[in-house]
Ligand binder design. Structure first.
Ligand SMILES: [Zn+2]
Ligand SMILES: [Zn+2]
Length: 467
């Protein structure tokens, strides 16, 4: 087994020479170490000779790097033109990593030009496939995790701001949405879409006692420390959003997100395959009872073996975990969600919790009644920007709007606590209160009003009694 990761650039070229010699190439030669002019290896394609055509020379540039960008392709392109060969020539770049979109575009552009040379790009994934056809076992952590596709996130800020609007839709007193996103970020989380077939037969002397025949799709979390399946909700989201994909280096992302991060796959493909085979064997393991020819009852554990489980595809892709932040007054609110393929799955919404006690609307639970939900409702405080629960929301006495207990100043009137946006409002109200006739002052205290009503009632009753 050749571990590509551990090779130097020159050793990688040597391996590629071996690979090409196993294919239909002849005169495969590695260039001198110092003479690197964009052609590390030169060779002749024997298929042309076999087809009775003029043999094509192939100029190969080898790049033992994670990413090959456009300048490397350009350099190789000019190296082909300066290569001294009397006959058709084509170009090839082999890498353990991947090509950027501009690099691929450049090579395609050259290849479709009838007056220019053919251009072939061999990335880590292609190299791995190739090594399966020839008796060279190339093994490379980087090759295993090469992935340049993401499930398509939204590529306009309006959509992201729409998510904020939707998340805040149930907050009372926040009807007029005028605040845009202050920060947008996307973190690409690695996932693997696996298609597997389990086909197992368990036989004893009395014949087949148990059969498993099942095709399944599994969504694996590529970032987990140990290989693992994603939760059902995330897996379902990936299943529905997965068909719409975008290149990871798509420039549309730059204009949409202030920040872009890519998480790495924790393991190589081989490890994921091995884990899946073992996991599926676990899931399908069962104990079967059967009666033998001798009439005796037997039990047997039926567990699919490695040969019974086939991982048909293991497709790596990135899942966009989007964060959108906005500020309201003194507060920053962040919304985190998986957003892709026109769908969304909220992971965390700070709009859904009271800033003072963390009590959330969601805490009401799915089976909650209207009253229970209202008890868990949240209200926006225009005075400070807080979103607060009923316990932390009061009515501003002067203007009659909601105010949170975090920012409100209080005053006592007729023995009751009243809440104000600020000291100025309290003073304005205090002046008005001083002018009020007694029966209106009393109304500031509901408990007092109730007591007075009762006293009045009792006085009336006793007055009637006296009469
Ligand atoms: Zn609260
Ligand atoms: Zn407030």
């Amino acid at each position: 087994m050749t571990l590509l990761d551990e090779l130097s650039g020159f050793e990688f070229e040597e391996v590629m020479v071996e690979v090409f010699r196993h294919q239909s190439y002849s005169d495969v030669e590695q260039a001198e170490l110092i003479a690197d002019e964009g052609r590390d290896v030169t060779m002749v394609d024997d298929r042309d000779v076999a087809a009775g055509e003029e043999p094509t020379a192939v100029v190969v540039e080898c790049k033992h790097t994670d990413v090959v960008s456009r300048p490397v392709v350009q350099k190789t392109h000019s190296a082909v033109h300066t290569y001294d060969y009397d006959g058709p020539i084509r170009a090839m770049i082999a890498t353990t990593g991947r090509f950027t979109a501009p690099a691929r575009e450049y090579a395609e552009h050259v290849a479709v030009d009838p007056d220019d040379v053919d251009f072939e790009l061999l990335d880590g994934a292609a190299l791995r496939e190739l090594s399966e056809e020839i008796p060279i076992d190339l093994y490379n952590g980087k090759i295993e995790i090469v992935c340049d596709e993401a499930i398509a996130p939204p590529t306009d800020r309006e959509t992201l701001e729409g998510y904020l609007e939707a998340a805040a839709a149930d907050v009372h007193n926040l009807d007029e949405w005028t605040v845009g996103a202050t920060l947008t970020a996307v973190r690409f989380e690695p996932v693997l879409v696996a298609e597997t077939v389990v086909d197992a037969n368990f036989e004893t002397d009395v014949g087949v006692i148990h059969e498993v025949e099942e095709c399944e799709r599994s969504i694996l979390d590529g970032h987990a420390v140990e290989p693992a399946r994603h939760s059902d909700s995330v897996a379902e989201f990936v299943e529905t959003a997965e068909p719409s994909r975008i290149a990871l280096d798509d420039h549309a992302l730059d204009g949409t997100f202030d920040r872009t991060d890519i998480e790495r796959f924790e393991h190589d493909e081989r490890s994921y395959r091995e884990w899946l085979v073992a996991d599926l064997a676990d899931r399908h393991e069962t104990t079967v009872s059967y009666t033998g020819d001798n009439g005796i009852e037997y039990e047997r554990t039926c567990r699919p073996g490695d040969a019974d489980v086939d991982v048909e595809t293991l497709d790596p892709v990135y899942l966009p975990h989007v964060a959108v932040a906005t500020s309201l007054g003194e507060y920053e609110y962040e919304l985190e969600l998986y957003a892709a393929g026109g769908k969304m799955l909220v992971r965390d919404a700070e709009f859904e919790r009271c800033v003072h006690c963390e009590a959330g609307r969601k805490d009401a639970g799915p089976g909650a009644s209207v009253d229970q939900r209202e008890a868990r409702s949240l209200t926006y405080c225009a005075n400070c920007g807080a979103i607060a629960c009923p316990d932390h929301t009061e009515t501003e006495r002067l203007v009659g709007e909601p105010v949170c207990t975090g920012c409100a100043v209080t005053g006592r009137f007729a023995g009751a606590t009243r809440y104000f946006y600020d000291v100025t409002n309290r003073e304005t109200f205090a002046d008005a209160y001083a002018e009020m006739p007694l029966h209106r002052k009393v109304r500031e205290n509901e408990a007092l009003v109730a007591v007075l009503a009762l006293v009045t009632f009792l006085l009336c009753v006793s007055a009637i009694g006296i009469l």
